[in-house]
Design a protein around this ligand. Structure first.
Ligand code: BES
Ligand code: MN
Ligand code: MN
Length: 462
């Protein structure tokens, strides 16, 4: 049966089966949802088995389990290892959702006239991961699987994949493959197919500034007592200079500058500043001087405060000098920055700029290495050819701004390159209220994946 026919015949079922996964609130960050995360692992395992995967197993780790499955058709053929994640971000703030985050529905949007599935995880990453499960089903039914396939679907991506390095190291033989394929990134637009060729790394810290030993009356003490909130704000403000460059000494030492040619090639990827501003409702973009907005979001490192708190935050006015103030700060890193080094540089700098009047604590939350994937690799060429077949247009390579910590682990621990063939859009609101995933994108992915495997089987070792 043709792919077209198979997808038409099974369209409603493919959507309903994804809905079943989306109804499980597998929020890895919140321990209250532990049983749901575990239930979701079981549901993924059942779906892989139903699609035709063999040796399916929910494999334990010290954290949430990894679901494994495989379909080996001939040991002489190449093997692709598919990676995805079944955990999701917390849905908060829940009241900003148009429909409840774990009750998936299809609604039309301007960008998705064919409809989009609204639910937490619809795009990141249940919808994208499930495309691989349905593509497997289709290849099994059509007896057209062109190479060996292995699957690892993890449950801790959104909290930093802490146990996956050990999992990879402990299961080297089981995971033997020629390439890793991941659908957890995006396209520039539905009519501009593209392939992500780089991800940023991450250093994430929490800082606390402690002043007086108790909250103080701001009239009795104000003026002479150090105010930790004021001080924290000044310290944070000093982390960027008037060119919006990060002031942590040594921060840029290992940043690889792109050549003029590379920057010109990057500028080929379409980007509309006007559309960008309108899409997030801002008056102007900002960032490091000397770089374009797309560059600032991909090939340059950043420092962002993700949360800040302290003092009186309830209704009305309270005159108080708080004893402490805190912030969560993330730095996105680019090649060849090392997150452990950057975290150490940040920590000593932040401690050094604190005035004598307060005490500063820097707590390390998590880190990830930046990654670049080569465009001259058979894996990239296989993805490019497959997308050209299904989109009718050759995809453009582009560097993404997000992070997937595990991508460098595949290289470091297993010696494997990764291809990031994702089908989401930036406007799909991942991690935000009203996350959604286009029906067009879901089925385009299911259609493209088997072609990727065919192309890779042909190109590998050729
Ligand atoms: N799938 C995303 C990363 C992503 C999305 C990359 C779109 C490129 C395009 C992933 O699930 C994610 O959210 N990663 C986190 C990192 C993690 C350590 C919490 C991120 O980028 O913030
Ligand atoms: Mn993801
Ligand atoms: Mn995510």
């Amino acid at each position: 049966m043709t792919t077209d026919q198979y997808l038409t015949d099974n369209k409603d079922r493919f959507i309903e089966e994804l809905f079943e996964l989306l109804r499980i609130p597998s929020i890895s960050a919140n321990p209250a949802y532990k049983q749901d995360v575990l239930d979701c692992a079981d549901a993924v395992a059942r779906s892989l088995k139903a699609a035709g995967a063999e040796n399916v197993e929910v494999m334990r780790t010290p954290g949430y389990p990894v679901v494994y499955g495989e379909r080996i058709i001939d040991p002489a053929l190449p093997t692709v290892l598919v990676y995805g994640h079944y955990d999701v971000q917390p849905p908060d703030p829940v009241d900003l959702w148009t429909s409840p985050p774990f009750q998936p529905v299809v609604r039309k949007t301007d960008i998705h006239p064919e409809g989009a599935i609204f639910a937490r995880g619809a795009c990141d990453d249940k919808g994208q991961m499930f495309m691989h499960v349905k593509a497997l089903e289709m290849m099994v039914q059509n007896n057209s699987q062109p190479l060996n396939l292995k699957y690892i679907i993890e449950g801790e991506e959104e909290v930093g994949s802490d146990h996956l390095d050990d999992f990879l190291a402990d299961n080297r033989d089981l995971l033997k493959a020629d390439l890793v394929l991941v659908s957890d990134t995006g396209l520039i637009a539905n009519d501009i197919p593209s392939i992500t060729t780089g991800l940023r790394g991450m250093s994430y810290v929490e800082v606390k500034v402690t002043g007086p030993n108790r909250d103080l009356h701001s009239g009795l003490y104000g003026g002479a007592a150090p105010n930790p909130i004021n001080i924290l704000c000044e310290m944070i403000a000093s982390l960027k200079d008037d060119q919006q460059r990060i002031t942590v000494p040594g921060f840029y030492d290992k940043v690889v500058e792109l050549s003029v040619e590379e920057r010109e090639a990057m500028a080929e990827a379409p980007f509309s500043e006007e559309h960008y501003k309108a899409s997030i409702g801002i008056g102007a973009t900002e960032g490091e001087h000397g770089y374009t907005a797309p560059e600032r979001m991909s090939i340059r490192p950043t420092l962002d405060v993700n949360g800040v708190w302290g003092g009186y935050m309830d209704a009305g006015a309270k005159t108080v000098i708080a004893s402490e103030a805190c912030a969560k700060i993330s730095m996105r890193l680019v090649p060849d920055q090392d997150h452990e080094e950057i975290t150490a540089l940040f920590k000593s700098h932040f401690e050094s700029i604190a005035p004598k009047s307060v005490k500063v604590d820097v707590t390390i939350m998590h880190g990830a290495y930046p990654a670049v994937t080569p465009t001259d690799h058979p894996g990239y060429r296989a993805a490019s050819a497959a997308m050209e077949q299904t989109f009718g247009r050759k995809p453009v390579p582009f560097r993404g701004g997000g992070s997937i910590p595990i991508v460098t682990s595949f290289e470091r621990v297993l010696g494997l390159k990764t291809v990031l063939m994702g089908f989401g859009l930036d406007s799909d609101a991942i991690h935000s209220p009203d996350e959604h995933y286009g029906i067009f994108n879901y089925f385009k992915g299911i259609e493209t994946i088997p072609l990727f495997h065919e192309n890779f089987a042909r190109l590998h070792g050729a």
